[in-house]
Design a protein around this ligand. Structure first.
Ligand code: BG6
Length: 480
């Protein structure tokens, strides 16, 4: 029965981070400038600025981050102490191809990840790697306009091929584009820039740009899947989506249709990567909107031949939508206008609704739709922590959040038959927030002594959640 149920023996417990949010060393080892390097520090409710290159007088939190680049041996040791089986990070594209359009990779960058992966493997921790996590070369933005350009497909696949070959024996699980579907919110400057390196000009339609960039990325991803399988047939290549289920505000059929279109608008990226074809609603939508996208027949063949092996996703929250009074017949979804509050849920200090059951719902929805193994590669609570004088951090709120979500995840495996590879909570060590550039929005099980007021000893401390999570892993999820 459920009380005796335990997750599979080889379940991948671990944690997740991204290169630009923790490595720092932004200009060390011939690393090039990435799009994360031109984003300033924001605050709770204050957007980060995207500057035109590096500007004097601005604060760029990713430049130093938590200096993982120089401190990773100690940090990996801490993760090993918790019993991590895997560690999800990304390879900073700009360490391998500083500009993005060179012919030859940068050996120093390649060596850095060799050393980092060896350090992980020494403890039996397998690296799980994202190829593009909000950190593409800034040069590709300046010279080509980012993923506006079909040329990106070549630059990305060259990068993918180099790292697949180099780490052929060190990495098994890969993901192509982190949260590729954030840009479904095409009105948000941040999403189009972090996903696709696109800064929309006044005369451009951001929605069209999003569909075009998303298409080129889907093609690049499908090519990467094929290249990977040629290099090592054991490689597992996943899609990575931000899973935010969008519930209808009421059972009113209009609201239900609206939420259906919202889900379709957010998850077509996964449809294409998993099914190898465009969903019919989107083909119709693009035709009706006269978007005039550059999608060739050869592209459609590439998509078909490059289906992903598993579905990676982040889960932090759910959302709710309602139809407008004069809703369009196409139910066009605009994320920045169409969401309404969920009065049944509490929210984090950053306004993210907390919905553990939504995770179980999401896992069911994804399973019915995609029939693929799933990997929860991000989940967690961004919160303010207090470092006590004795070096402890009592983050019971984080423990509760993680416990509730792990409980729902287990139910989805036991009661609903979901095939789940692993679970890697986000920001297992405190790092720079992607959305706000803050240090004070913390997710970690390990505290890093650095704040947004400029104080930074960069010392590491174990939070209460550190000891709790070690127990969870030790008991393979039984002791929550
Ligand atoms: C996801 C990203 O959006 O959520 C991470 O993949 C990000 O890069 C995480 O850090 C949490 O978001 P935030 O804005 O709180 O850092």
């Amino acid at each position: 029965n459920y009380n005796q149920f335990s997750l599979p023996k080889d379940f991948l417990w671990g944690g997740a981070v991204a290169a630009h949010q923790l490595e720092g060393a932004w200009n060390v080892g011939n690393k090039g400038l990435s799009i994360a390097d031109v984003m300033t520090q924001g605050a709770n409710g204050v957007e980060r600025k995207i500057t035109d290159g590096i500007q004097k007088g601005e604060i760029y939190p990713n430049h130093e981050a938590i200096d993982f680049y120089h401190r990773y041996p100690d940090d990996i040791k801490l993760l090993a102490e918790m019993g991590f089986k895997c560690f999800r990070t990304s390879i900073a594209w700009t360490r391998i191809f500083p500009l993005g359009d060179e012919d030859q990779p940068n050996e120093e960058g390649l060596q850095f990840y060799d050393d980092l992966f060896d350090e992980c493997l020494k403890y039996g921790i397998q690296p799980v790697i994202t190829l593009s996590h909000f950190e593409m070369p800034y040069h590709l933005v300046e010279a080509y306009g980012g993923w506006r350009s079909r040329k990106m497909i070549g630059f990305f696949t060259k990068f993918a091929r180099v790292v697949f070959q180099r780490y052929v024996d060190k990495v098994k699980y890969w993901m192509t584009f982190n949260e590729i579907n954030n840009q479904a919110n095409f009105d948000a400057r941040f999403s189009l820039f972090t996903n696709s390196g696109i800064l929309t000009r006044k005369d451009e339609d951001p929605e069209r740009l999003m569909y075009q960039a998303g298409h080129y990325e889907a093609v690049a991803s499908a090519l990467a899947v094929q290249i990977a399988h040629q290099i090592n047939s054991e490689f597992q290549i996943g899609a990575m989506i931000a899973m935010i289920p969008i519930y209808p505000a009421t059972p009113k059929p209009d609201d239900v249709l609206k939420s259906e279109r919202a889900m379709q608008s957010r998850y077509w990226f996964a449809d294409v990567q998993v099914n190898g074809r465009y969903p019919d609603w989107l083909t119709a939508y693009e035709r009706n909107q006269n978007l005039g996208l550059d999608i060739t027949l050869a592209d459609l063949d590439v998509l078909k031949a490059g289906k992903v092996d598993y579905l990676g996703f982040s889960y932090y929250m759910s959302a709710v939508t309602a139809a407008h009074k004069d809703e369009n017949l196409d139910y066009k979804y605009r994320e920045n206008q169409d969401l309404v509050p969920n009065t049944y849920l509490e929210s984090s200090d950053w306004g993210w609704p907390i919905d553990p059951e939504g995770l179980r719902y999401a896992m069911n929805w994804l399973n019915d739709r995609y029939h693929l193994p799933q990997f929860i590669v991000e989940n967690g609570l961004g919160a303010v922590d207090h470092l006590e004088k004795d070096g402890s951090v009592h983050d019971q709120y984080r423990i509760s959040y993680l416990r509730d979500h792990i409980e729902q995840m287990k139910r989805a495996v036991y009661y609903d038959g979901v095939d789940l590879i692993g679970y890697t909570p986000w920001g297992c060590i405190d790092l720079v927030s992607a959305g706000t550039g803050e240090m004070d929005k913390r997710y970690g099980l390990v505290y890093v002594d650095k704040d947004d007021q400029g104080h930074a000893s960069l010392k590491r401390y174990k939070k209460d959640s550190f000891y709790w999570y070690a127990k969870v892993i030790e008991s393979n999820g039984s002791d929550l």
